[in-house]
Design a protein around this ligand. Structure first.
Ligand code: PLP
Length: 407
């Protein structure tokens, strides 16, 4: 019996990298002071903040003053969307896609209640925003367009460079939520051509609760919270300096290792997908028709409840997520798969396997050994119960659902 757990939920969060822990340990003393203080201790902290800003700016290919440190992806997305719109005239239009993370969609909804005009674009069955649809939606009053770089549920990559060029040519500010990108895709801003870009450290081996927003110089933006003048007045509040130090190291590592890690993990992901397709009937890979991140496999098991399979896999030592882990506190079906036109039977049975740089071939082999009989057992419960002499994990599922699945 192999008792090692297999963590395939890296799109929800990645483990903190050892090198990042090391960097944070080394910076802990200086990071213990307030970078806004004028005394020697404060000046040391300010130097640490400055050097971290320089390092992330170098990875992104931007000027240091264009970086705003935040508490993570949700805040960066909110600052990008609401900060930009609040700097524009009420009644201005904002455009986003139907497959955005809730951090963007909910911000757009809240602004709509305040008199700004939302346009939420549909996507094709492959999950991609079509350029013509995007271009047709932009008008003279469009202040902002926001389309994510890669989707957190399916891994589908959007044509960001083309979308950004189209928006900018029409005078709109273009934001991309690049939270899922750094371990797998190039993130140099000059090549992407975006005005605003959100990142979150815990998605690429850094600590939780820290992120950044890149904002092109001259982009008008209102701070969302009132306070002091930190972060060039864009984000008041004492910075999470230790977290920022860890994020800078994690971003450098992600950029340096991206190409090799992507190739290796794409191979493993492809072998998981072909293994599932050949051993489990009635499955489909969501987003398979589009360019995808190499680490995400979103597969629907027709007729199954994904929560039941998630719990069965968890009991077998494999951590995955159903739909979006960021919102799996609720068991709501995925808005992303709905936007792609998936019928409810397929949507309900969707599981996301998301690999990390540390995922191994042996782990994939083990998933392929464990998964087919589990799916079969859930699809034919009476046969499986008789064989296993238990309830197939349903008791634990009910208990967790009652607790509300916060993660
Ligand atoms: N955007 C995307 C694409 C995400 O995947 C997530 C988190 O899952 C977020 C935003 C929110 O990031 P954070 O957890 O740092 O608030």
């Amino acid at each position: 019996m192999n008792s090692e757990r297999i963590y395939l939920d890296n799109a929800a969060t990645t483990p903190l990298r050892a090198e990042v822990v090391e960097a944070m340990r080394g910076a802990a003393v200086d990071a213990d002071y307030n970078p806004s203080s004028l005394h020697a201790e404060g000046r040391k902290a300010a130097r640490l903040l400055d050097s971290s800003r320089d390092r992330v700016a170098a990875v992104l290919g931007v000027h240091r003053n264009e970086i705003t440190f935040t508490s993570g992806g949700t805040e960066s997305d909110n600052l990008a969307v609401a900060g930009t719109m609040r700097a524009a005239a009420r009644g201005s239009q904002m455009v986003c896609s139907a497959v955005e993370h809730h951090a963007v969609l909910a911000a757009v909804r809240a602004l709509a209640d305040d008199g700004y005009r939302p346009t939420v674009l549909s996507v094709g069955s492959d999950g991609r925003v079509e350029l013509e649809t995007f271009s047709a939606a932009l008008g003279s009053s469009t202040a902002l367009a926001s389309v994510m770089y890669a989707n957190n549920e399916t891994g589908v990559i959007q044509p960001i460079t083309e979308l950004a060029a189209t928006a900018r040519a029409r005078g709109a500010v273009f934001h991309t939520d690049a939270v899922q990108a750094p371990d797998w895709l190039p993130i140099q801003v000059p090549s992407l051509g975006v005005d605003l870009l959100s990142l979150s450290a815990h998605k690429f081996g850094g600590p939780k609760g820290v992120g950044l927003l890149y904002a092109r110089r001259g982009t008008a933006m209102h701070p969302l919270i009132a306070g002091g003048g930190q972060e060039f007045g864009r984000r008041p509040g004492t910075e999470n300096l230790l977290g920022i130090t860890g994020m800078a190291r994690a971003l450098e590592l992600a950029a340096a290792e991206r190409a090799a890690a992507s190739d290796r993990i794409r191979g493993l992901r492809d072998s998981l997908e072909s293994g599932i397709a050949s051993s489990v009937p009635d499955v489909r890979i969501n987003g398979a028709g589009a360019d995808r991140l190499p680490n995400i496999c979103n597969v629907s098991f027709n007729g199954l409840e994904s929560a039941a399979l998630l719990v069965a896999l968890d009991l077998a030592g494999i951590a995955v997520s159903a739909g979006s882990a960021c919102t799996s506190g609720s068991l709501e079906p995925s808005h992303v798969l709905a936007a792609m036109g998936l019928e409810p039977g397929w949507r309900r049975g969707a599981i996301r396997f998301s690999f990390g740089p540390g995922t191994t071939a042996a782990q994939v082999d083990r998933v392929l050994t464990i998964l087919p009989p589990l799916v079969d057992g859930l699809r034919h419960p009476s046969t499986a119960r008789a064989a296993a002499g238990n309830d197939g994990g349903m008791g634990r599922l009910k208990e967790r659902t009652a607790r509300g699945w916060r993660q």
